[in-house]
Design a protein around this ligand. Sequence first.
Ligand SMILES: Cc1cc2nc3c(=O)[nH]c(=O)nc-3n(C[C@H](O)[C@H](O)[C@H](O)COP(=O)(O)OP(=O)(O)OC[C@H]3O[C@@H](n4cnc5c(N)ncnc54)[C@H](O)[C@@H]3O)c2cc1C
Length: 455
Amino acid sequence: MTIKPPLKRIEAKEKLPVAIIGGGLAGLTAARTLHDAGRPFILFEAADKLAGLAVSFKDEEGFSYDFGAHFITNRLADEVGIGSECLTVKSYGERVWLGGKSYSYPFGLMAVPRMSVSGLRAKLGGSNGEDRNARDWFSRRYGNALAEEIALPLIEAWSGAGADELAPSVGDSLPGSILKTLYLKAAAKITRRAVGCGYSRELSENAGVYHVYPKNGVSEICTKLAEGLADHIKLKTPISEIHVENGRVVSVRSGDKEFPVSAVISTAPANILAKLVTGTDALKEVANFRFRPMIFVNLKLSGRGHLPDTVMWLPEKKFSFFRLTEATLSMPWLAPAGKTIITVDIGAEKTDPVWSISDDELVEMCLDGMAELIPNVRELYLGHNVLKTPISYPVFLKDYEEARRRFERSTGIDNLLSIGRNGEFAHIFMEDVFVRTRRKVTELISKEAAVAIDA
Ligand SMILES: Cc1cc2nc3c(=O)[nH]c(=O)nc-3n(C[C@H](O)[C@H](O)[C@H](O)COP(=O)(O)OP(=O)(O)OC[C@H]3O[C@@H](n4cnc5c(N)ncnc54)[C@H](O)[C@@H]3O)c2cc1C
């Protein structure tokens, strides 16, 4: 005998749409997944356009700006269907500026005797024992010299917190073994493509996975995912409340409108999501999670190749910035011929004076600091563009590490998913956002179908 599920009730539950909060890469991936599964949904986006963080800006002089050297993998581009619309990134390298000299990362640093000796000592000492904080994690794996002179000052500038206050899990976002890095770097040299290294955690990294850049800017990936979904998308509709009853989300609110929903998939920053939820305390601790704000000063310069590699890390405290990126070395099309852009990353809290000084003062500060690396930088300077984001990197404080780990597993509310970079409170790139979102949304669909059958 076959037992038929109570079809009417399933239909009634599934007729209610899933609310997706946010129209960046994660929200649109969720929308596409629900659409392909034939599930009703409404995507609410607070801004007047889609793409969220995945935006590019182009000015009238032909300079393009992203958040950093913003590229994706050929694998993600193919999966979304924009592979043929992308340009191949031919090379990408990182260096560290220390004591007036630049060292390639990681191998140039390994040739510095004090770094290699203390690294070897750390390896021989083993990494057993419990790491109490980020300082322990880095010292045990890389040795004191590399940890104290490079890794920790960078992490402190990047997060705005001391190495002793940060959880050891900060280290989890770094690329894998030296051997793997060596293989990927060699593959990049041979194939003359920027083979991904330390970019993907969900899928394998190998010689066939390299960086590409959509011809019309990174937002192209969101445009493609949104194709044919316009009827389900509401722009300029910020969600101000997610209402929970008996442990389940029942509705969301925007302005004076209430929308009954079967589930919510949120891509809003985790700490903001926690403040939107009413009717439960499940996300109380998540409201304390902190993100690091960031200022990006894009300097337009004449000439090109002012940095020896695309990215230069600056761990020394005398600099008011911690990273310089000359993205045109990897992606020449981002500036007109014979010109370049160097992006200066400044980590700051919104209460720090540097957050509110004028753009001209920021530029002065950057040019002053950069003169050590590029002595004639003032003569090369053509103009600037400043971008600021209050939410750039998740800060893994020890204070809320246990709550973060719980949140990593679940929001504590069955039909509420928190996904995407800021939604998951995870330092992940677009390919991982895409892969994780698809997996989590698929799981939600089957879980909710099971709930409907049980009801
Ligand atoms: C400095 C920097 C450099 C990066 N470089 C790279 C790179 O080179 N390569 C790469 O792959 N990735 C990079 N990333 C990461 C990448 O940008 C993100 O992983 C990805 O864009 C995140 O997409 P998302 O949808 O999770 O979030 P978002 O893009 O932030 O989208 C969230 C959306 O939700 C909306 N929203 C928020 N609250 C509400 C609300 N209450 N109601 C309605 N809408 C709301 C927002 O307006 C936004 O549009 C970088 C990130 C940063 C910060």
